[in-house]
Design a protein around this ligand. Structure first.
Ligand code: NAP
Length: 247
């Protein structure tokens, strides 16, 4: 790999917001590691899309909630890239239900996939970035982590945790010139929001000042900005991308 080649890892990049982030970073010159847990064909399609537009990508399967998978992912990053400039923690799931009906397993799965994963990957990435004294980490939170939401106690707790983790890591890593920020999307059109009943969907859109659901590309543009030198004096922040839903 060339010395001046910029590299990025995007977790959960097989579809939705992660896919849009991977494509956007590749379009501005990053070699992108496209991570996924189970959706191999979809992730391979993202890699192909990047390559057919003249970009560079590798596929990295791994469940980012599992320490052994994260170790394997970062060994591969070291072998293939030598260094990592940008980490985007995007992988996430939801397992919604009212608190009184929430199964402990649904609490644990969401906390592991949406919060613990970020701890594992940031720890591994920081080791690499500290050597280079440079790096940018962007964690995908949610407006729900700021406001809370009935039926999403597990998800809201994980996404609020992501904000706390972002700020603590930003303070710890700033002396090494590693910036850590969060992006908090609002209501974005992806597989995660596909199942929302039409009536609720319409009510949510009516509560968005910009009058539409967000697209994955809206989030990708914000992530790309935070990754770039244009954001070189920004760390520990939460950039809300929600069409004005929460302000
Ligand atoms: P999505 O369409 O369901 O995509 C989720 C992605 O995460 C998939 O690529 C999935 O890949 C991957 N993934 C899930 N578990 C994983 C694991 N353990 N290890 C590695 N990859 C894993 O979701 P999305 O809407 O694009 O959401 C992306 C992020 O934005 C999430 O963190 C979500 O919480 C956040 N967000 C979304 C919205 C929204 O309105 N859509 C709003 C706020 C925040 P596999 O299929 O291979 O598992």
């Amino acid at each position: 790999m060339e010395e001046n080649q910029k590299t990025a890892l995007v977790t959960g990049a097989s579809r939705g917001i992660g896919r849009a982030i991977a494509l956007k970073l590749a379009s501005v010159g990053y070699t992108v590691a496209v991570n996924y847990a189970g959706s191999h064909d979809a992730a391979a399609a993202v890699k192909n899309e990047i390559e057919s537009s003249g970009g560079k990508a590798i596929l990295l399967q791994g469940d980012v909630s599992k320490p052994e998978d994260v170790d394997r992912i970062f060994k591969k990053i070291k072998e293939e890239f030598g260094a990592l400039d940008v980490l985007v923690n995007n992988a996430g799931i939801n397992r919604d239900s009212l608190l009184i009906r929430m199964k402990e397993e649904n609490w644990d799965d969401v906390i592991s996939t949406d919060l613990k994963s970020d701890f594992l990957t940031i720890k591994a990435a920081a080791m690499m970035m500290m050597r280079k004294k440079k790096g940018s980490i962007i964690n995908i939170s949610s407006v729900v982590g700021v406001t809370g939401n009935a039926g999403q106690a597990n998800y809201a707790a994980a996404k609020a945790g992501v904000i706390g983790l972002t700020k603590a890591c930003a303070k710890e890593l700033a002396p090494r010139h590693i910036r850590v920020n969060a992006v908090a999307p609002g209501f974005i059109e992806t597989a995660m929001t596909d199942g929302i009943p039409e009536k609720l969907r319409d009510a949510m859109i009516a509560s968005i000042p910009l009058g539409r659901m967000g697209q994955p590309e809206d989030v990708a543009k914000a992530v790309c900005f935070l990754a770039s030198e244009e954001a070189s004096y920004i760390t520990g922040q939460v950039l809300v991308v929600d069409g004005g839903m929460v302000m």
